[in-house]
Design a protein around this ligand. Structure first.
Ligand SMILES: C[S@@+](CC[C@H](N)C(=O)[O-])C[C@H]1O[C@@H](n2cnc3c(N)ncnc32)[C@H](O)[C@@H]1O
Length: 246
């Protein structure tokens, strides 16, 4: 059964204070790169997996989507999404991506931001998303970068020249990882990049673009804390397209 850490009151309170939740998409440094992967959404039926507060669902509607279904495991996240949304064409529903059953060929575009690393059975999920999309539909998502997730504890050490180094620990050992972020014992699931790409290919998606997000010099100048993301990647952004035939 999936861990529902976003319903933990302390975790939720901490998460709600992050810039990306206070400012929405504009507070997410990787958003411009993710946005560049999107096609015109006009008239599209959109699926947002792990929708959180619904920032993307509302953006999609503002950019022409016909309707959006946002799914999330957390009752608190869904409640907040509903409270922040005044749009009958956006539906939010509590659902576990580990077991969710999606309607067939019901969506023209699927999106997810930073949710799939909480899912153990990625193969099943992408097969389900494939089934839910119309032929030729695009699927764009971000996950925590597997190099970031496999970083050893302590996360970095300082070398003889005073530079920080980030040892990657057990990269090939896929499976559960527990981290202390906003709460102790947060469960995530580590998969190599190859495993993620091969799951998508096996399900019937073609890879369009892979972006190991790194902030620009301008972004680092505005927010020096982002410099850390130049030392090792923190997010992996993927754009894939559903095959037309199957
Ligand atoms: C880092 S937040 C991202 C939220 C939103 N996509 C955004 O970018 O603002 C991860 C979200 O994934 C949801 N989540 C985690 N595990 C899930 C699961 N098994 N099924 C559905 N949602 C899940 C969490 O409740 C949380 O809302």
């Amino acid at each position: 059964m999936s861990q529902n850490i976003y319903d933990d009151p302390d975790f939720f309170a901490g998460y709600s204070r992050l810039p990306r939740q206070v400012h929405g998409l504009a507070g997410a440094p990787e958003w411009p790169a993710l946005r560049a992967m999107l096609l015109d959404l006009t008239g599209s039926r959109v699926l947002d997996l792990g929708c959180g507060f619904g920032w993307f669902a509302r953006w999609a509607r503002d950019h022409g989507a016909a309707g959006v279904l946002g799914l999330d495991l957390s009752r608190r996240m869904i409640a907040r999404a509903k409270a922040d949304t005044d749009d009958p064409a956006i539906t939010y529903r509590i659902a576990d991506l580990e077991t969710v059953a999606l309607p067939g060929a019901a969506f023209d575009f699927a999106f997810s931001a930073l949710a799939f690393h909480y899912v153990a059975d990625f193969d099943r999920l992408v097969r389900e998303v494939h089934r839910a999309l119309t032929p030729g539909a695009h699927f764009v998502f971000s996950i925590e970068h597997p190099v970031f997730m496999a970083a050893a504890r302590p996360r970095w050490t300082v070398d003889a020249e005073g530079r920080r180094t980030w040892p990657v620990d057990g990269y090939a050992a896929e499976g559960e990882r527990r981290t202390d972020w906003l709460a102790s014992g947060v469960v995530k699931h580590h998969r190599r990049i190859g495993t993620t790409l091969n799951a998508l290919i096996a399900a019937g998606f073609a890879i369009r673009r892979v972006d190991e997000f790194a902030p620009s010099a301008e972004q680092v100048a505005q927010d020096p804390g982002l410099a850390e993301e130049l030392e090792r990647p923190m997010m992996l952004l993927l754009s894939v397209v559903r095959d037309a035939g199957r």
